[in-house]
Write a protein that binds this ligand. Structure first.
Ligand SMILES: Nc1ncnc2c1ncn2[C@@H]1O[C@H](COP(=O)(O)OP(=O)(O)O)[C@@H](O)[C@H]1O
Ligand SMILES: [Mg+2]
Length: 260
């Protein structure tokens, strides 16, 4: 396998200025296909900004983003989604007055229903696509143990369950890369394990690649194959969890809070 085949996402010299503040500073890393790659760093170190740059919610000041060898720098979020990148947000963004199933169906790209004429005619083709999307949603809900909640309003679910719905919605488009911004923040330890199991399952069984931002060092050390550490927008270290744990600069930035 050549280097480019092994790499799914490549970020090169990525830089973002907000006025006089450099939030991301010449950051480069490569996410291997089929891996779980962690992005960590203290609050305000630029993690969410990197996510927004990769997914097209922000335009970089400098630098490039490559996905599957394609230069996707500066494309719009919907265009990047079509390449096969899905994301969740640091704060849950589910629609509380819609059911879980309705939230999930929003995650399906190119819905024929988006075209008014096809939607009105409800051809067999349209109905078949709808059925397939519902089936996929049910399968994913079963994996997270939320199949009973399909017809519940999202607003009636716990915060952890809403996060699970958001993660599941990101998977509805069958993306190659799933980007999760703090998937376990604000969630109790039992449910954290359920989310981690879900991520591992999707990597193992469906070959998905993950880029995960997390604040909780224990979570990241248990979950990731490789980790990059940001501090003031710069990458100060990259390596396996063991290497990161032993890295003096990381321990400095985190004031020594490395989990066993
Ligand atoms: N839209 C924005 N406008 C101005 N400053 C921003 C914006 N988004 C983020 N920042 C600043 O950029 C820095 C990095 O923020 P962020 O990427 O959210 O960090 P993290 O996710 O690591 O906590 C912070 O200093 C933050 O205040
Ligand atoms: Mg953030």
């Amino acid at each position: 396998m050549s280097a480019s085949d092994a790499t799914l996402l490549k970020v090169e010299g990525l830089t973002k200025d907000f006025g006089g503040l450099r939030a991301v500073d010449h950051c480069s890393f490569e996410v291997p296909r089929g891996s779980i790659f962690g992005l960590i760093g203290p609050n305000g170190s630029g993690k969410t900004t990197v996510f927004n740059l990769v997914t097209g919610f922000l335009e970089p000041t400098e630098g490039r983003v490559f996905f599957n060898g394609h230069d996707i720098t500066g494309l719009r979020p919907y265009q990047i989604a079509r390449y096969g990148i899905a994301r969740t947000f640091q704060l849950v963004r589910t629609f509380n007055r819609m059911t879980v199933m309705e939230n999930l169906l929003l995650g399906v790209p190119h819905q024929p229903g988006e075209n008014l004429l096809w939607g009105v005619l409800r051809t067999p083709h349209v109905r078949r696509q709808e059925r397939q999307a519902i089936e996929r949603a049910r399968e994913l809900l079963a994996i997270v143990g939320l199949e009973h909640a399909a017809n519940e309003y999202c607003g009636n679910l716990s915060y952890a369950e809403q996060k699970m719905v958001e993660l599941t919605r990101a998977l509805m488009s069958d993306p190659q890369l799933v980007m999760l911004d703090e998937p376990t923040s604000g969630i109790n330890p039992t449910l954290v394990n359920r989310i981690l199991d879900y991520i591992r399952h999707l990597r193992g069984k469906q070959g998905k690649t993950f880029l995960v931002v997390e604040h909780d060092m224990r979570v990241i050390m248990n979950l990731c194959d490789r980790i990059a550490v940001l501090d003031y927008g710069q990458k100060i270290a990259e390596g396996t969890p063991a290497e990161i744990c032993a890295n003096a600069a990381v321990i400095d930035a985190y004031l020594g809070t490395c989990a066993p």
